[in-house]
Design a protein around this ligand. Structure first.
Ligand SMILES: Cc1cc2nc3c(=O)[nH]c(=O)nc-3n(C[C@H](O)[C@H](O)[C@H](O)COP(=O)(O)OP(=O)(O)OC[C@H]3O[C@@H](n4cnc5c(N)ncnc54)[C@H](O)[C@@H]3O)c2cc1C
Length: 290
């Protein structure tokens, strides 16, 4: 059962940040409520104040320019990103990822920022955005700071956000030339969280991999980069045996758990297979991209 709370409805982001500062540890921000209401119902959090940001029009945007890349506002829903023509053209992997995230109903209400802030290591957006070198802009009454997303998660369901901060924007840099990102999750139920998710970005120079990011979801307490796998790829002339070795390296360095859905061993196997496949797919796509 959800305990009583006061529901606050600011008229602007500035007012929301002021309310957040005023109530700090006793309050929670709510946007689509798709994760927050679940944990409130489970009694895992019982805020005295709930500050809604859903109605903030100044935070509901998705903007792109070739110099600074994509900017996703705090209240931008999954569905808006999924339907964005600019995302489809410049960052198709984001659209493909959204099409497989939850149901249309959840995507209509849930936001990308809310997903990242929730900090679930099984969430889909974080691995893809980390693979693309994205950052989050955090706002508070004292100002703003930008944190690379791969430094955002210190532990399970934890972020580096202070109590008086919220994500005001997600920033995705422009895609460098000859670069592509691929993502796949393995799930038991369609449109559900993955048992494992793997995102790989590669930058190619002819047949050689110039740069790589391999990012694993559900394979550790937080979304993690598989740096040993990245090392295998960077500088290598690509072949099936290199992709195989990258998969083996990722499987060895991650730390998945066993639970009712899958054993640790099975999850490592999935990491190996998906890393191998995503690395190959990203390299092939990068070679033919502009
Ligand atoms: C049935 C179901 C299936 C799902 N399947 C998937 C799936 O397959 N893949 C996947 O990735 N996700 C999945 N989800 C999770 C879903 O994507 C998230 O619940 C949603 O994106 C959260 O966004 P929200 O706006 O609803 O956040 P809320 O529920 O409103 O908030 C979530 C958390 O983030 C905080 N918060 C919200 N906005 C901000 C902000 N701007 N700055 C700082 N903190 C903020 C809140 O305080 C809260 O702690 C599923 C959810 C459901 C209910």
């Amino acid at each position: 059962m959800i305990s009583d709370f006061a529901y606050l409805k600011p008229g602007s982001m500035k007012e929301a940040l002021r309310m957040l500062k005023e109530h700090e540890e006793e309050c929670k921000v709510i946007c689509g409520g798709q994760s927050l209401l679940v944990i409130m119902r489970q009694g895992l959090v019982s805020p005295e104040y709930v500050i809604s940001i859903k109605q903030l029009k100044d935070a509901n945007y998705l903007k792109y320019d070739a110099k600074s890349g994509l900017k996703i506002g705090a209240t931008c829903t999954h569905r808006t990103l999924e339907h964005s023509s600019v995302a489809k053209k410049e960052y198709p992997v984001l659209v493909e990822m959204e099409e497989k995230l939850a149901s249309i109903q959840v995507r209509n209400w849930g936001t990308v920022a809310g997903n990242l802030a929730h900090g679930d290591p099984a969430g889909d957006p974080a691995p893809v955005l980390i693979a693309m070198g994205a950052s989050v802009k955090l706002g508070s009454v004292s100002g703003e700071r930008v944190v690379p997303l791969d430094e955002f998660y210190p532990d399970l369901f934890e972020t580096v956000m202070n109590h008086d901060e919220l994500i005001v924007e997600i920033q995705v840099p422009p895609r460098p030339a000859k670069t592509a990102t691929k993502y796949q999750k393995f799930n038991l139920l369609d449109s559900d969280m993955g048992l494992i998710g793997v995102a790989v970005t590669t930058t190619m120079d002819g047949d050689k991999c110039k740069d790589a990011r391999v990012v694993l979801g559900s394979a550790a307490p937080t979304v993690v980069r598989a740096k040993a796998a990245e090392k295998v790829l960077i500088g290598a002339k690509l072949s099936d045996s290199v992709f195989e070795k990258a998969g083996e390296a990722a499987a060895a360095e991650c730390s998945p758990v066993s639970d009712i859905h899958a054993s640790e061993e099975y999850r490592r196997h999935l990491v190996k297979i998906l890393t191998k496949r995503m690395a190959k797919a990203a390299c092939e796509q990068a070679k033919i991209s502009g």
